[in-house]
Design a protein around this ligand. Structure first.
Ligand SMILES: Cc1ncc(COP(=O)(O)O)c(C=O)c1O
Length: 486
């Protein structure tokens, strides 16, 4: 009988100590941070599942390549290796390096969009939405309806609703839609993949109106592997081959190499359009740097060139997808409500279903993140009303479609025993979920408020168990001095 256990396809050469804290220390730290885990210093975190972005462990091959990094200001051979690696997988004519994904987004939207434009996406990530809105365009999310039902199982819950896309383009007119974006996998929608069939269908709709399609490619390798596992006709194709086909339907992409680039920093913007590329490079020089380094060191370009290829290795992808599902399946089996099926880079707990007594306006995802930190020193992040909701002019919160708690898994960093510890901690919190209290905002910034928001813990009596959601969405939150929030 062949052995069935799927192991980490690497061994550990360098270790980094992590440190446990006491519950009393964590209580003090959390209060000092205004219940926002972004504001807790990392040395007081035991297991850090805040993000899979830039938290990757690099391989010996990446470190070796970094030693070859050529730091010439212009025309570095490290850039040539980087461009070749990107072109070999992504296939676009122009490759513009940036310091991370959001810099690529800023340049793309600045060059392509203006006030009054509309940019559809399956779901805009927070920085994508913010950069789009910053230039005065409207960011519209068009996920398929299944994506908004956390417990619903669907193989490609990241798909875009193509009927709504066509209807939107008809309604506003193609002139107001400078580009359409598809985020693979759909981070804000639960790390769910987009099928090749959907990419093709979105492209067809775009092509009918001569609108370019851009892919937000952060997790392209994980998406390609899901296509291999789940989409008829792809089982015998390699992830690399599938990735190439995905990008063959697009006119360009933005990429954060901090995800499936297996690097700690970096990104790029690609396009097939010569005139756009020129404008983008001009803008790049203004804020990022010369087009052969774009805000990165030569050694970073080398690490990304190797990392993009390692991210497509099949035994790595198998371990990656299976180990993420391991966490999701172990908590779901005990009744914890999660977004189903488990995503590629993260498990998303449905915080509204976990804490039905906390209304969205009192941020159940943030409350759950705080509790998990108090319980076991684990850091996670809310993807919900704090990140995507909006207060109206009177300060009343308009909830996001879902309130999720994301447990993002850094690549090649934690072992199975770390994950077993996380499972145990979540199940402890699940047992005493009825005692968890909601939060009230005491500070929020006008953009991307989740990074710096501060909260106060509500008294137990203000969030009665069973409070109806309808009533609760009208709960007011303090918003001192905040104008025009997202
Ligand atoms: C889907 C998606 N797009 C864009 C970004 C932005 O990338 P960066 O953090 O490198 O700016 C992220 C980062 O998490 C993301 O998940």
């Amino acid at each position: 009988m062949p052995i069935k256990t799927i192991i980490e396809p690497f061994r550990i050469k360098t270790v980094e100590s992590i440190r446990a804290t006491t519950r009393e220390q964590r209580e003090r730290l959390l209060e000092a941070a205004g219940y926002n885990l972004f504001l807790v210093p990392a040395e007081y975190i035991l297991i850090d599942l805040l993000t899979d972005s830039g938290t990757n462990a690099m391989s010996t091959e990446q470190w070796a390549a970094m030693m070859r990094g050529d730091e010439s200001y212009a025309g570095s051979p490290s850039f040539t290796r980087f461009r070749e690696a990107v072109q070999e997988i992504f296939g676009f004519r122009h490759v513009i390096p940036t310091h991370q994904g959001r810099a690529a987004e800023r340049i793309l939207f600045t060059v392509m969009c203006k006030k009054g434009d509309v940019v559809p996406n399956n779901t805009h990530f927070d920085t994508t939405r913010a950069n789009c809105e910053f230039v005065g365009a409207e960011a519209v999310d068009l996920p398929i309806p299944e994506a908004l039902e956390p417990a619903r199982v669907h193989p490609f819950k990241g798909n875009m609703d193509t009927a709504r896309l066509a209807e939107l383009i008809e309604r506003v007119g193609p002139k107001r839609v400078p580009l359409v974006m598809l985020t693979v996998t759909n981070n804000s929608g639960g790390g769910q993949p987009v099928s090749m069939e959907n990419i093709r269908a979105v492209k067809e709709t775009c092509a009918r109106h001569r609108i370019p399609l851009y892919i937000d490619a952060c997790r392209f390798a994980e998406n390609a592997y899901f296509i291999k596992l789940r989409e008829p006709g792809y089982a015998d194709r390699t992830p690399r081959d599938i990735a190439r086909e995905m990008f063959s339907h697009a006119d360009g992409c933005t990429m954060s190499a901090k995800k499936d680039g297996l690097a700690n920093i970096g990104g790029f913007l690609c396009t097939n359009d010569d005139s756009l590329a020129q404008q983008e490079k001009d803008l790049l020089i203004l804020t990022e740097g010369f087009p052969t380094y774009g805000g990165l060191a030569g050694r970073d370009l080398e690490a990304i060139a190797v990392g993009l290829n390692e991210a497509l290795e099949e035994d790595y992808l198998n371990y990656r997808i299976v180990s993420t599902a391991y966490l999701g399946n172990h908590i779901a089996r005990e009744g914890v409500p999660i977004v189903q099926p488990p995503g590629g880079h993260a498990i998303y707990i449905d915080a509204r279903a976990f804490l039905p007594h906390i209304p969205p306006a009192n941020f159940p995802g943030v409350a759950l993140a705080a509790e998990l930190y108090l319980e076991a020193g684990i850091r996670s992040v809310e993807i919900g009303t704090l990140m995507f909701g909006r207060p109206d002019a009177d300060g009343a919160e308009h909830p996001a479609p879902m309130d999720l708690l994301r447990l993002a898994i850094p690549r090649r960093v934690y072992t199975q025993s770390h994950v077993d510890y996380v499972v145990e901690a979540i199940l402890e919190v699940w047992k005493r979920r009825a005692d968890i209290r909601g939060l009230e905002l005491t500070y929020q910034a006008p953009f991307l408020r989740h990074f710096t928001a501060r909260f106060r813990l509500l008294a137990a009596s203000t969030a009665p168990h069973g409070a109806s959601r309808e009533n609760s969405t009208r709960t007011r939150s303090a918003r001192p001095g905040a104008e025009g929030t997202r």
